[in-house]
Design a protein around this ligand. Structure first.
Ligand code: ACO
Length: 435
């Protein structure tokens, strides 16, 4: 961030002699940012930005998005290159530490993470407290929050070693918690993690294997899962990441913060969208019914959205959607599925929407979730587990962003202000005098 010699913005309030010169801050990429920290003290006003569409809530060096151009970079590296050449744990190292690891660093990091995959045996009993039909995201919120109760001795957020070990724990234990939430929902025995497997391979193993017979994870499917995890690992200051930062700004421990992030991710406008896409596709059912569905989406009174389309930041094709679509082909081919009605329906829906004025004029393009549900389903992951898979991946981003915030000396408690439109001050009226 460069504060000097890069201009300022003068803001004056019409009809008064009040004005303030606000510095313009420049990042390494992206639009400049007006520093309004002194706005209230110099002009006595706040800014109004519900949904934070024009507000930079923090300074970050982790992820960059150019929504107009459809560009996503982790620590400067294009997502396409990472998805093609890297692995999820290498990306995790990159997001956490800022650079790609050398061979020794990579081996040490992977070994470090994989050594923490097991859950405290007492955590098993937490699962029994849930109903069998509990949504896995409810289980994830509860169990991840409960991890704080198991690591009292390493909860000092100002201790770098505590931060490091809890980053390992969260990244390592999340697949185990997610897989156990699934096993619990279908009444199968929990599968313990296997540290001789890769991260994505182990996740698929714990989800799909049973103790009664040997299970070999298909390497093509493990690679596809790994790629899905890379694509979902971080996405700058989205709703769940901002939730993690806000919770963390109070000094809350990282397990509590990540549990808050999981809660935020759960909503259908965020991480729940891929589950909603599949529901939508099944509802449409057949290509012939697409025009009728599109008409409903365009009808302002219907509240029906084309799920998996549109994004707060991307006003172009989400680069992750392209990679997922390609990976989807690979997985279906590996599985010998020539005709996948859902995939065919999604492709046709995309084609029709991308040629429709409504979507063109509003710059609505497929986002990462449009195809991720189809691929997850092909990998044997049931729909109610989709958002939990997203949470496994995003834990890396949440932990990296939380760590960056804690290590930022200018960090303060997150405390937005408001435009109050309620009743002005008035006196209490005794009950007998009220009409
Ligand atoms: N289908 C139909 N119309 C849409 C859609 C959609 N998917 N998305 C936005 N629009 C329309 C809105 O109706 C609005 O139209 P208007 O200006 O005539 O009122 C306009 O486009 C702008 O929409 P907003 O809701 O203001 O855009 P916002 O940036 O707040 O929302 C969001 C972004 C939530 C992602 C939205 O596009 C959406 O609901 N998409 C479907 C859900 C989805 O796929 N979410 C996943 C996001 S990616 C992720 O979290 C990993």
């Amino acid at each position: 961030m460069n504060e000097k010699g890069n201009g300022s913005v003068t803001l004056s309030i019409a009809g008064t002699n009040k004005s303030a010169s606000l510095p313009l801050l420049h990042g390494t990429m992206g639009p400049p940012v007006i520093d309004i920290r002194e706005l209230y003290s110099s002009l006595g006003v706040f800014t109004f930005d519900p949904g934070y569409a024009a507000t930079a809530s923090c300074e970050s060096k982790i992820t960059y998005i150019d929504g107009e151009a459809g560009i996503l970079l982790y620590r400067g590296y294009p997502i396409e290159q990472l998805a093609e050449h890297s692995s999820f744990l290498e990306v995790a190292y990159l997001l956490l530490n800022g650079e790609l690891p050398n061979k020794a660093e990579k081996a040490e990091f992977e070994g470090g993470v994989m050594r923490h995959t097991m859950l405290h045996e007492q955590i098993r009993s937490f699962f029994n407290g849930f109903r069998r039909d509990a949504h896995p995201m409810a289980v994830l919120c509860g169990v991840v929050g409960a991890l704080s109760a198991f690591y009292h001795d390493t909860l000092d957020i100002n201790n770098p070693e505590h931060r490091r070990i809890n980053a390992f724990r969260l990244i390592a234990k999340m697949p185990t918690i997610a897989a156990w939430a699934y096993k619990y929902s279908i009444g199968q025995p929990f599968m313990y993690p296997r540290n001789d497997l890769g991260y994505a391979e182990n996740l698929l193993y714990m989800m799909n294997a049973v103790p009664a017979e040997p299970y070999k994870v298909n390497p093509v499917l493990a690679r596809a899962m790994d790629r899905i995890l890379i694509l979902h690992a971080d996405h700058e200051q989205n709703a769940s990441t901002s939730t993690v930062r806000l919770a963390g700004s109070t000094g809350a421990n990282p397990f509590a913060c990540i549990a808050a992030g999981i809660a935020s991710l759960w909503g259908p406008a965020h991480g729940g969208a891929n589950e909603a896409v599949l529901k939508m596709l099944s509802e449409i059912g057949h290509k012939d019914r697409i025009p009728e569905f599109i008409a409903r989406v365009k009808d302002k009174n219907s509240h029906q959205r084309l799920m998996g389309f549109g994004h707060r930041v991307y006003k172009n094709y989400d680069p992750r959607a392209k990679i997922i679509q390609r990976t989807c082909y690979e997985v279906l081919e590996e599985l010998g599925i020539k005709d996948n009605p859902l995939f065919d329906l999604a492709m046709e829906l995309e084609r029709i929407a991308l040629n429709d004025d409504y979507f063109i004029s509003k710059k609505l393009y497929p986002n990462v979730d449009f195809y991720s549900g189809i691929i997850l389903k092909a990998l044997g992951i049931p729909e109610h587990m989709f958002t939990a898979m997203f949470a496994v991946a995003r834990t890396v981003g949440w932990v990296s962003q939380w760590k960056e915030m804690i290590e930022d000396p200018s960090q303060r408690i997150g405390r937005p202000r408001q435009l109050y439109t309620g009743t002005p001050q008035r006196d209490y009226v005794p009950l007998e005098q009220r009409g």
